[in-house]
Design a protein around this ligand. Structure first.
Ligand code: N01
Length: 543
């Protein structure tokens, strides 16, 4: 940009991007190769990948169909790349991202093994001053947080952990050379989407597996496997159509609600539809169900009842089945875990379920295992699948100081406050890719990432054209957006669950819905963002 020329070439950038996952990689490509900006990316990991670099637990794979869980901006690669199965495993996704980095020469502008330790807005220079943990300080006109929504580990403060004589791991920081569970007594803490993927894999290896469940989950079958080559050929031939449909869709997927109430359908018709979605596998049961499932408790109960019947039919010991049946919250209001032999795993002789509700909650980690409900469970290895401080956690960890030195901790003490989930009042020229109060985690992530990256790039391009150097969300626009986000979610059953969507998994975190559930989904949200831009960035102050 014009005034960047006068700056120190080595340490002053047009933009600093934090993170080299899907978001950071695309952001760099777009700003550098489309707009011609000078960009530096910082990444804490040793290479690209973000989520797919860190999450290496057994069974880690994507939950969206691979043909849409990828970049759509490289049309040639969409034709050339062939996924091995419907939901590829972590190493394959990481290989794909490495291939993209190489193909587009992204790594030359990336600094790996480097964490951004803080950044402050310099009002005089109208630039961000960015510090890294290896002592480097650089400046940038724009700061782009591409830090992911689920990247700050939630490691609960279990008393006695430091006394444990065996080995323990968190799924989001799993050793790169894997863990050998052979002949070991293993404990898995947690039964969220991660644990549901990991438990069947670990159970196959371990001598004995104890699963510590706090809240039972509604799981539906993933139905992973090879994709019919004819289907793949047809998708490749129609990628323009695929891209248009996922961009306009509700969840960034080719899933569409059944356009009627579950209560209007006859029991036979409902059962047929439920069977169809169950057999299709994946997110169909969650995202292509009856349209009132998220609003009407009665409609929701019908969907939930179907899954409960499936659990009872799959798990042989009915006492165990009852423990695995979710209670106290509506179906679909927590993230849908996709399972491959999850319920079947509890039929194995070497697997024990310890349910907080019936058997007692975890009290302590002891030198020899876990004590729950007054009983000791001896373990050699503990795997904590306890999730993340979602969405706000990774942004707060950046230690940003906006105008007047205010921090996100201060701004968000009662819950996140953003404009469109992409900007925060008081933090000029900061963009948060898939930030809190954007659709992000309620969508197929690459679709939402691409939308934000394109919108930010267009915005910076427009500013350059119009000779503007700063952009900042107005407090009023932000207030209206926060009210809009909450008004909509309050109409749904989502607010009743103790989910990480509701910030309920982190003790002390203010209860607030973190993403944005727009009335027309990601397609409608895209339109809203485009309208904001078309109206000269309505709700933003440009200078
Ligand atoms: O984390 P979670 P996750 N004592 O927070 C339990 C994405 N993802 O890593 O339900 C005892 O969902 C907690 O119990 P409860 C996806 O978006 C994507 O599984 O809070 N237990 C829960 O059972 C997903 O939603 C893919 O009562 C404690 C578990 O730990 C998100 O990542 C694959 C506890 C945590 O579940 C997070 O999933 C996997 C405590 N103190 C995950 N604290 C893909 O497909 C927590 N728990 C790409």
């Amino acid at each position: 940009m014009a005034d960047a020329v006068a700056c120190d070439a080595a340490t002053d950038f047009d933009a600093v991007v934090i993170g080299a996952g899907f978001s950071g990689m695309h952001m760099l490509k777009s700003l550098r190769d489309r707009l011609g900006l000078k960009v530096r990316v910082y990444e804490a990991g040793a290479t690209v990948g973000g989520t797919w670099y860190w999450n290496r637990y057994p069974g880690a794979r994507c939950d969206s169909d691979a043909y849409i869980y990828c970049f759509t901006w490289d049309r040639q690669l969409l034709q050339d790349w062939n996924w091995s199965e419907r939901y590829p495993e972590q190493p394959e996704i990481l290989r794909y991202l490495e291939h993209v980095a190489k193909r587009h020469d992204l790594k030359r502008d990336m600094r790996f093994n480097t964490r951004v330790s803080g950044a402050e807005w310099d009002e005089g220079a109208r630039r961000w001053v960015v510090h890294t943990d290896d002592g480097e300080t650089v400046t940038a006109r724009f700061l782009i947080a591409a830090v992911g929504s689920l990247s700050t580990t939630n490691m609960p403060d279990f008393p006695g952990l430091e006394t444990f004589g065996g080995k323990w791991y968190h799924t989001s920081r799993f050793p790169h050379d894997g863990v050998d569970f052979t002949g070991k007594r293993v404990g898995v803490v947690g039964t969220g989407a991660t644990a549901v993927q990991a438990i069947p894999e670990i159970a196959q290896q371990a001598k004995h597996l104890t699963v510590f469940q706090r809240t039972a989950n509604y799981c539906v079958p993933a139905r992973n496997g090879k994709v019919d080559p004819e289907v793949t050929r047809a998708r490749k031939a129609d990628y323009d159509g695929v891209i248009r449909r996922i961009r306009d869709s509700f969840f960034g997927q080719e899933h569409y609600f059944i356009g009627k109430s579950a209560l209007e359908a006859t029991p036979e018709e409902r059962e047929r539809e439920f069977d169809r979605m169950w057999d299709a596998g994946g997110f169909a049961f969650w995202l292509a169900n009856y349209q009132d499932m998220f609003f009407s408790q009665e409609a929701n109960d019908l969907c939930a009842d179907y899954i409960k019947r499936k659990i009872r039919a799959t798990v042989k010991d009915q006492a165990v089945a009852e423990r695995l049946i979710p209670k106290g919250y509506a179906y679909g209001t927590k993230r849908q875990p996709l399972d491959t032999n999850y319920y079947e795993t509890f039929n194995k002789q070497n697997v024990l379920l310890v349910d907080a509700g019936t058997d007692g909650a975890i009290e302590a980690i002891t030198p020899t295992g876990i004590r729950a409900g007054g009983r000791d469970y001896p373990l050699d290895i503990i795997v904590f699948a306890t999730g993340f401080d979602a969405m706000t956690g990774p942004l707060k960890a950046l230690n940003l100081k906006g105008r007047d030195g205010s921090t996100l901790d201060q701004q968000w003490k009662d819950g996140p406050r953003s404009y469109l989930g992409i900007a925060v009042a008081g933090f000029p020229n900061l963009f948060t890719i898939t930030g809190p109060q954007s659709p992000s985690v309620l969508s197929n992530m690459p679709v939402s990432i691409e939308q934000h990256v394109e919108w930010v790039s267009d915005c910076i391009e427009a500013m350059r054209r119009d000779g503007k150097t700063t952009i900042e969300a107005s407090t009023e626009a932000q207030q209206n957006w926060v009210a809009h986000v909450n008004e909509i979610v309050n109409m749904t059953l989502m607010v009743g669950a103790n989910s990480w969507y509701m910030s309920a998994n982190i003790p002390g975190k203010p209860r607030a819905f973190l993403p944005y559930l727009g009335p027309a989904g990601v397609g409608g949200y895209r339109k809203t963002c485009d309208e904001v831009a078309a109206k000269g960035y309505e709700g933003f102050e440009l200078a």
